[in-house]
Write a protein of this length. Sequence first.
Length: 267
Amino acid sequence: METAQVMLITNAGQGFGRSVARAFGKLGGDVVCADRDGDLASKTAAEIEEVGGQAIPIQADMTTRVDILDAFAKVTEIFGELGGFVHVASYHSTTPFERLGEAEFNDLFGETLKSCYLTLQIASRMLEEGSVVLISPPSEGEEPQMLALRRGLGGLTEGMARRQSGLRVNVVIPSRPASDPEHDALLVDTVIFLSSSAAAGIDGQEVDVQLPPPPKASDTLLPEVQAALDTSIRQDDLEAGLLDQDDAESEDTEAVSALDPGTPVPD
């Protein structure tokens, strides 16, 4: 399964973007890590290089036309051509529709539909061919605003396919928000496949990916901390256990004294 040699991954500083960028890096391609937070983009690029890949960071806000143009221009300047890109537009909101403010909806619209529209439009002008994978907001939660945005992304993807251009565009819909590379591996594998030559005939599709539940926060703690937070151990059980331990130590001391009367008994 051959993947593009030069891949641009947007919002690569964390979440799905970071996991996807790291995975492409391990495959040996050149990875361009774009994020509005330049420090996070640099950290992801450094992680890729630590595992033997090649990566460069770019500071870019994918809701701003100028930043997107600059990102594509920089990739062209450095590498000559871009094989494909993955645009992470998974921003989501759990705010009930009745309490959704206009500012929050504007943010949702900008991070999802607007960013995809701008990215695809500029890519259509600058790339003759290539694979494009959009990562949409998760399917969990059916608040009207999120359902509308996901359907908007689906319509945009279908419309791109009907144009029959050199760009092959598909959208991946995760079942939940990003967690960590291990628990998000199925989504990463799906993105890599859709970006490869093996998926050359797949265009304009919406692919739902059912991800496993993320780890509980307590699972990442040290064992002794987990034990301290374990509510199944009652306080009186702990106290009883400590008393039993003290009684056992006292019995051991008396037994030693009985065997050797000259043995001092500790206070």
